[in-house]
Design a protein around this ligand. Sequence first.
Ligand code: NAD
Ligand code: UDX
Length: 478
Amino acid sequence: MVVKSICCLGAGYVGGPTCSVIALKCPEIKVTVVDKSKERIAQWNSDKLPIYEPGLDEVVKASRGKNLFFSDDCDAAIVEADLIFISVNTPTKTFGNGKGRAPDLKFVEGAARMIANVAKSNKIVVEKSTVPVNAAESVMKILKANQRPGVSYQILSNPEFLAEGTAINDLLNADRVLIGGEETAAGEAAIEELCKIYEHWIPRKKILTTNTWSSELSKLAANAMLAQRISSINSLSAVCEATGADITEVARAVGLDSRIGPKFLQASIGFGGSCFQKDILNLVYICECLNLPHVAAYWQSVIDMNQHQKHRFTAKVIESLFNTVSGKNICILGFAFKKNTGDTRESAAIYVSKTLIDEGASIKIYDPKVEKPQIYEDLKYVGVTDEQFQRHVTICNDAYLATKECHAVVLCTEWDEFVTLDYEKIYDQMMKPAHMFDGRKILDHNNLLRIGFHVETIGSRLGQPFKNRRYSINPQVV
Ligand code: NAD
Ligand code: UDX
């Protein structure tokens, strides 16, 4: 089979950018991205795309209407396609068996059933969604049980490693592409077809082929290990704050060891995003089901440490404001889970905001790419009532309005524009003493101290002498 037509089920953060890049790089292939949400498809066909991602507009505009199409007619796109990506959401289950840990595979199953119901010719079906190990077997069972005469399927696993905010660069310059498939002649032929697509722009030596289960597990393993680095550095940031060491210096010293490397050692308010927590919970659940409780507990601790970091940071805000934020105005700078995205899934800012609201603070939120309806939904989801939202939350269109008359600023997202704000101006319009909590370690702390701010950050004690009396390197003196 030579792939002439691709369909992608799911026009989300992965399906949209990935297939736009495939269309750009493979002009001879027709790429149709479909979604059951008509609204999302309408946005993909408009000037305002449903997701903000640097470089995405240009890539979409280059191919849309030529060989790249966004449609809500899922059946027609499936019938026409030789190769189908399943790129639907796989959220953590919120009910039933495995609640709070196992991924809910109902959308993957739904996608498999849609394919089985309408396919009239042979298809290569590619799992792009992040799934538990052995999920491909379930997809195959559904397809085979509903197979029409003369139609055959090959299932491949091709997990996506892009990070939001850098998706287009990650797709164009992927460290590697991973393709898992059946170890049969037909399986290898299908793998080869998918390799040929990526080879339009990815060097062959960066395309790894494995068995299906290794590919599925590698995706969970990569995310677990990335998150584990963040939890490790965040755990050490607590030691720094208690001792006078500085986490930036420690991260630099540790990261210069070529066996460790410098990336993903940025201490923070805690990791967010739709993947890390969900995928580690998925791994934990698999380990529990496999009767590997020690392995499960090991990976669970990465999430526990992340929760602790968010809690620790928020507790520090409250403690520094004389143990009460009731009736105080607090500005939240940044609501997205990282810079250069409008995505707020699992953003640490949600936890911080909810806690401060519960403590009676009024919060003023500004994020360059997150709009009011999204913030409302996120806070409602964690239990902020409509009444609390009306009384305690103001969404602002710029950082100066958001900081005006506030007692404190809590920086939650590392947007570049926050680095270059006029902090003298901000200080002048704030209540005194003016507090700054830099949850991302991006600001010039010496300058802020010089202006007059009380500054707190992660992993260092700014301008304060070492004074933890309970600690001594000589245990007898404790
Ligand atoms: P998303 O929620 O942004 O998009 C998923 C889309 O699938 C939704 O628009 C939904 O309407 C659609 N959908 C669900 N069932 C469908 C069906 N049967 N037919 C057509 N459309 C259907 O999700 P996402 O962030 O793009 O993630 C997709 C998958 O990729 C997940 O498994 C995720 O873990 C994985 N992943 C995500 C990222 C990331 O950065 N977001 C990175 C790597 C992998
Ligand atoms: C992640 C993986 O990086 C990507 O490979 C996978 O495909 C999807 O999940 P994403 O969640 O989009 O990508 O962004 P990422 O850059 O990994 O950041 C995740 C969170 O960790 C963010 O909240 C970020 O601010 C935080 N982070 C990242 C840190 O706190 N410190 C770091 O050093 C790096």
